[in-house]
Design a protein around this ligand. Sequence first.
Ligand SMILES: [Zn+2]
Length: 387
Amino acid sequence: MPTLEQTRAILADLVAFPTVSSDSNLEMIVHIAAMLGDLGAHVDLFHDDGGHKANLFATLGPREAGGGIVLSGHTDVVPVTDQNWATDPFQLHEAEGRLYGRGTCDMKGFIAATLAMAPTYAALDLKKPLHFAFTHDEEVGCLGGQALVAELAARDIRPDIALIGEPTEMRIVEAHKGCCEYTVRFHGQEGHGSNPAAGVNAAEAAVRYVARLMDLAEALKARAPENSPFTPPWTTVNLGRIAGGHAHNVIPGRAEVDWEMRPVQAADIAFVKDAMATHVRDTLLPAMRQVMPEADILTEVIGEVAGLEPMEDSAARTLLMELTGQDRAETVPFATEAGLFQGLGCAAAVCGPGSIAQAHKADEFISFDQLGQCLDMLQALGDMLTR
Ligand SMILES: [Zn+2]
């Protein structure tokens, strides 16, 4: 059994890599790849298009057996700009049973615990593969997770169970909503306000777009699944920002709308996107292009993360209950990569050390107690994997 001291040392190394989402995570990924490679793991790195970031997928035990369990975490952290830290956020600082540093709870603490356990796992006679999935760009829309899951699907690698170690104070989470964010840009034609028909009013198009969106927000309430565990129980839509125009007497040539939805089921994502695409194609654009053929409405996908849908029978929930001795599972309001793994066909659940209350804040920390509980869970997993 690895000690807390070993976990602390690994965590200190991980925190020292300033893997803010906007920057490279390669040094940390290479560091982890070397640790797992030295243990005989099969390690793949999947780089992003720019080559500055990578996902890591590593396997101990019989790869050819298929299935198995994947321990998943993201390597990126949120920025520390404009935050008032008492100590250097990228240098692990210990005080009163806590370890302070950016990413300690979200979620390098979990990654450190899995790496501390890795030598133990490597020495076991594993009957099924044990995978490690460490991604980039989770905090900016789960971009790395989406790319990784696509790679795994292409290689037909489908673990039976995915455990995502986001901070839940080691409670079992079996469901959360997804999060999809969009920026829509309306390109019309400016003109004098005295003759509205001579221009293409981008702000007007934006308002018509939003009106349709708000109708859909109402329609989504009726689509809430029975026994939905969420609050509210349906998929929500939020209009976050609407901007456009200069003055009373000028036809706005440009407008922008930021909106998000928090889906309770994957089908709602398609329901809303298809309806909006139809409205743009069949109604809004034809009207704008009557005046100006180049008029356009362009949608930028900021991030699309499916939720973790609750399952009646979940092997992931059952496993975590067995490992931790808990008899219930919860829902949380934040999104994780669990839904991506569920989309791949894994039974997925979230359970990790530390509290989401500390995530993304100044003086982020994880307690030794939480790390210890995580090690206990991972140790129990090792015992089970040899059965
Ligand atoms: Zn996180």
